[in-house]
Design a protein around this ligand. Structure first.
Ligand code: GLY
Ligand code: MN
Ligand code: MN
Length: 396
């Protein structure tokens, strides 16, 4: 991604928040075990505004200036892990003033004497539901700002609204991630009879996604038989049983951008029941994609999706009472796609040109050991939509 992209994003944010002081922190490295850290992943909003892909950085935007605050690093850390030279940070981000942690803190103190209020990315609205600890970078930043300023505001809404409408260079990254994902799925589909375990499918996806992209955008799901009914199944280690279905939900990452695709394939001969459930999902999938156009209210879309999916369940004898709907289709139909695999749609009431979202209907019947989902990535265009992953057949 070019420096003009990140500089442009900051310019746009300043235009939307002209009088605000904004401090956005990047992620920190997180301990994996003993002296080892997990592979570093940058905080999405910080990446979008700076392009800096290293731990421990902060961006400060005031009405008249911008600067980046670097992390404090010991000589030993620099020796083992390298350190991002300030010139390189400027080249990547376009931010010309890069200061040390000490100078940054002094500058923030000065700013606190002029600004009562500071905007930052506050805690994720669903953090308490996640069941995992927040990244310490943004978390420590919030605590520090609370001590320094009288009032904290959230800039998340403004930034996610910007991020919801993809720019041409972002679409190019997403298209490349989808292209690599399609290559991985196609190879798995062609070689499926030769696999004996979910793990080998995951291994092929890793191989293709590392050859053609930057790896997986999220932990892939390779779930055969009843495992497909566990929505967040990522063990991917069961033996493949003849006559089962295999649900594969995976997406490559290119740059910091994700694809998110699901196909359900037959391993060996499939039963009439498996075929009927797959066909019901496939038909619903096409009907739902056909709804998408700019200006369509998201609430209306959601109501229409409910009717289509209830019809799909009825067609395979699974809908008798209203509670059957959520019983056999217990997740959301769509989410935004971008830097985060679950990107926000920015709080818009209607679909907008430039949005990218998934469409992912499914039917899950644990009592029959059948789980089917089909997921594609859709761009809302000026007058309709484009299915970016349409080149990958949805067949069983
Ligand atoms: N891969 C996660 C999802 O489909 O939302
Ligand atoms: Mn998915
Ligand atoms: Mn998805």
């Amino acid at each position: 991604m070019d420096v003009t992209f990140f500089a442009g994003n900051r310019a746009k944010l300043k235009e939307l928040e002209p009088t605000a002081l904004i401090v956005v922190a990047g992620n920190d490295e997180v301990q994996r075990r003993a002296d080892a850290a997990f592979a570093f992943v940058q905080e999405a909003n910080f990446y979008y505004l700076t392009g800096v892909n290293e731990p421990g950085w902060k961006l400060v935007l005031t009405p008249d200036e911008e600067f980046l605050i670097g992390p404090e690093r010991s000589d030993a850390q620099t020796l083992f892990d390298g350190s991002l030279a300030h010139e390189e940070v400027t080249r990547t981000s376009g931010v010309t003033t890069v200061v040390s942690l000490k100078e940054g803190e002094a500058r923030l103190k000065e700013l606190a004497s002029v600004h009562k209020k500071v905007l930052t990315i506050l805690e994720h609205p669903y953090q308490s539901h996640f069941g995992f600890a927040p990244n310490p970078g943004p978390y420590a930043n919030i605590r520090k700002l609370k001590k320094m300023f009288e009032e904290l505001g959230d800039v998340r809404t403004t930034v996610t609204r910007m991020r919801a409408i993809k720019q041409p260079e972002e679409l190019a990254m997403i298209r490349r991630a989808i292209h690599a994902s399609i290559a991985g799925f196609s190879r798995v589909r062609a070689e499926l009879v030769g696999y004996d375990n979910e793990r080998k499918i995951e291994a092929t996806l890793w191989y293709e996604f590392l050859q053609m992209a930057d790896g997986h955008a999220y932990d892939p799901i390779v779930a055969s038989g009843a495992n497909a009914c566990t929505l967040h199944y990522t063990a991917n280690a069961a033996k493949l049983e003849d006559g089962s279905l295999v649900l594969i939900d995976a997406g490559a990452q290119v740059g910091e951008y994700a694809a998110d695709i699901t196909r359900t394939y037959a391993y060996g001969a499939s039963t009439d029941r498996q075929k009927a459930v797959h066909a019901a999902v496939e038909t619903a999938h096409q009907k739902i994609i056909a709804l998408l156009r700019p200006g369509l209210e998201i609430k209306t879309y959601s109501d229409q999706v409910d009717e289509i999916l209830k019809g799909a369940l009825k067609s395979v004898g699974l809908y008798e009472k209203p509670s059957d709907y959520r019983r056999y289709f217990p997740h959301a139909i769509s989410h935004g796609l971008g830097i985060d695999v679950h990107d926000s749609l920015g709080g818009f009431k209607e679909f907008q040109p430039g949005m990218v979202l998934t469409v992912e209907p499914g039917i899950y019947i644990p009592e029959e050991g059948i789980g089917v989902r089909i997921e594609d990535d859709i761009l809302i265009t000026e007058d309709s939509h484009e299915n970016l992953s349409a080149a990958l057949p949805t067949l069983l």
